[in-house]
Design a protein around this ligand. Structure first.
Ligand code: PBG
Length: 335
């Protein structure tokens, strides 16, 4: 028998289906695992009492008044979801987004209340101005331009106010250059060296934030966010953004959105050693929900497949509006 024929025989003997034969074998051969322990659930906090206001473009998601948060947190913890990411929808907006850094602001109150009742819950906060400014941009605006360095000071104040309230992790999402370093220095100087930073490092100027902007009432009044958020056509630039943020002191970095950016997640995973988060954003949630409502997709399988794909691409943490449902489905799987 020539060597070539021997090799041919060997190839024929290789049958990948052997390890797919039974559920137990498939379980054993599984390369990627999805766990509720790596999910982060975004929550929207709004003014009022006893309010659980549905968000039309995000079926199953709500704007919650403060008193509704404990129930939500309890449910998440009991399902094994360890973390929440808070967004505030303030009563008043102004030019400088002053409620974003008001120590009696909604998010600050929410952090205090949650940490008091659930010390073990990881409380993360979005640090940005867009939901708080009258113009809806993520920074200060002068002559139609979003200013970078002038904005940093306000982001520092917001982050410090969240840390003072007890946030475990602050998550700057304004895409201002130098925001991670500015926030790290402010936190350290003002006595919060233990507060971690998860940076929205590679955040793209994406159409998939549409439903969120309705939820948070944060759409820009003029123009768009292309002068500070990233061009969807760029991947190398994402690695540059991520490296900069790690150098500036980010404890974890994020790629956002997730689904159309799996290549960016995979490349980032190879480059950095800090935890990598993927944000499965509002538009990704909405399109799946819409297809499910029409009976075109099977929700449980489609959601778990999607979240598994994010883990497979290299994400450690997944920020997703499906957190509660996914955690429930994962529990059922192990019963
Ligand atoms: C704030 C912010 C946005 C999202 C998270 N933080 C909106 C935006 O940049 O316009 C989007 C989240 C989502 O779509 O689920 N800057």
């Amino acid at each position: 028998m020539t060597a070539e024929i021997a090799l041919e025989k060997l190839k024929q003997r290789r049958r990948p289906r052997r390890l797919r034969r039974t559920p137990a074998l498939r379980e054993l051969a599984r390369e990627t695992r999805l766990s509720a322990r790596q999910l982060i659930c975004p929550l929207f906090v709004r003014p009022g009492r006893g309010v659980k206001e549905p968000i039309a473009s995000m079926p199953g998601q709500f704007r919650l008044s403060l008193d509704q948060l404990p129930q939500e947190a309890e449910e998440l913890l009991s399902l094994g979801v360890p973390a929440v990411l808070l967004f505030g929808i303030p009563e008043h907006k102004d030019e400088t987004g002053s409620e974003a850094y008001d120590e009696r602001g909604l998010v600050q109150k929410a952090v205090r209340a949650l940490k008091r009742e659930f010390p073990e819950l990881v409380v993360m906060t979005d640090v940005c101005l867009c939901a708080y400014t009258s113009h809806g941009h993520c920074g200060l605006v002068r002559d139609g331009e979003v200013l970078n360095d002038e904005t940093l000071e306000l982001l520092e104040k917001a982050a410090v106010s969240h840390a003072a309230a007890g946030a475990d992790v602050v998550a700057p999402s304004a895409m201002m250059d130098g925001q991670v370093q500015a926030i790290r220095e402010a936190l350290d100087e003002q006595g919060f060296p233990q507060t971690a930073i998860m940076s929205y490092a590679a955040k793209y100027a994406s159409a998939f934030y549409g439903p969120f902007r309705e939820a948070a009432d944060s759409a820009p009044e003029f123009g768009d966010r292309a002068s500070y958020q990233m061009d969807p056509a760029n991947a190398r630039e994402a690695l540059c953004e991520i490296e900069l943020d790690v150098q500036e002191g980010a404890d974890a970095v994020m790629v956002k959105p997730a689904l159309a950016y799996l290549d960016v997640i995979a490349r980032a995973r190879e480059r950095v050693d800090v935890p990598l988060a993927a944000y499965n954003v509002s538009g990704e949630y909405a399109m799946l929900k819409a297809a499910v409502e029409r009976g075109w997709l099977e929700e449980r399988r489609a959601v778990l497949e999607t979240l598994t794909a994010l883990r497979r691409a290299g994400a450690d943490w997944i920020i997703t509006y499906f957190a509660k449902d996914a955690a429930r489905w994962l529990q059922e799987d192990f019963r």
